[in-house]
Design a protein around this ligand. Structure first.
Ligand SMILES: Nc1ncnc2c1ncn2[C@@H]1O[C@H](COP(=O)(O)OP(=O)(O)OP(=O)(O)O)[C@@H](O)[C@H]1O
Ligand SMILES: [Mg+2]
Length: 255
């Protein structure tokens, strides 16, 4: 990417209220392409609301979102998907009783034939599912096993691999390792790094400062619906980030 290219996403002055609750009161944030940007903030700071503005769930009340330098209006999640923006939700969105490959192609099934002869192309979906998972080095031994039999880490990885496969541009993850053990967390962090190295841009919501310092390039801190600080991760510490989150350290977006 040339130095003169604008950031992939530029959010400026975004506001969003729910009746008397002013969830976002002026958020400014840039997401640079092929980087991992961490979005930090205490409970209720507005992180999930900002993500919903970016994925077309809640249109902002005010402010602007630019994508590759162009102002965009996202009126639905489909609008975001068309731009290659995908989200891995805390609930993962996997169906327990379906097999791994069926989850990877959920609502995006491949078909073969034409007109009334159109049928599901199960063979292609199974073989591409194997490819999608092996490309990202995801450890799922059998794509024909049901998700019910998968561990928490495998489920998280399947959900991320699915988002990365369809969200070629930006993958947003809301606390992807909140429910995972140490080894599974390490595997998911490795997957996030591989995604970034393959050119996918990641927006990562996390409450784990260790994780942020391990995988993120840039961190933004939201406090009470406003951007409180931006830090280059290599130039900060977990302690400073915690101070910015709690307000013990005064933020300065221009720092
Ligand atoms: N749909 C909604 N209707 C009313 N209030 C909402 C709605 N969504 C969020 N809020 C409020 O907006 C504020 C910001 O919430 P948000 O979910 O964005 O926080 P968060 O930073 O994601 O917190 P957490 O770390 O707990 O997930 C909170 O006060 C919340 O109660
Ligand atoms: Mg949230």
């Amino acid at each position: 990417m040339a130095d003169t290219d604008p950031p992939l996403v530029q959010i400026s002055g975004v506001r969003k209220s729910f009746d008397a609750v002013h969830a976002l009161q002026g958020v400014d944030l840039d997401i640079v392409g092929s980087e991992v940007t961490a979005l930090l903030g205490d409970n209720g700071a507005g992180k999930s609301t900002l993500v919903r503005c970016l994925t077309g769930v809640h249109p902002p009340d005010a402010g602007e979102i630019r994508f590759r330098g162009e102002p965009i209006r996202l009126s639905s999640p489909d609008d975001a998907r068309r731009l290659g923006i995908e989200t891995v939700y805390q609930t993962l969105g996997l169906i327990e009783d379906l097999q791994v490959w069926q989850n990877l192609y959920l609502n995006r099934e491949l078909t073969t034939g034409f007109g009334p002869f159109r049928v599901l192309d199960k063979k292609s979906m199974i073989s591409s599912s194997k490819e999608i998972l092996s490309k990202l080095d995801v450890n799922v031994p059998n794509v024909r096993a049901t998700v019910r039999r998968m561990s928490g880490g495998q489920r998280q990885s399947i959900s991320i691999a699915r988002a990365a496969n369809w969200g070629k541009t930006l993958v947003i993850m809301d606390e992807p390792t909140a429910a995972l053990g140490v080894r599974e967390t390490a595997a998911v962090e490795e997957l996030i790094r591989r995604l970034r190295d393959s050119g996918v841009t990641v927006l990562l919501i996390s409450h784990d400062m260790g994780q942020v310092t391990r995988v993120a390039d840039t961190a933004y801190v939201l406090r009470r619906g406003r951007t409180a600080a931006r830090r280059t991760v290599a130039d900060t510490t977990g302690d400073e980030l915690v101070g910015l989150i709690t307000g013990a350290i005064e933020g300065d977006v221009h720092a």
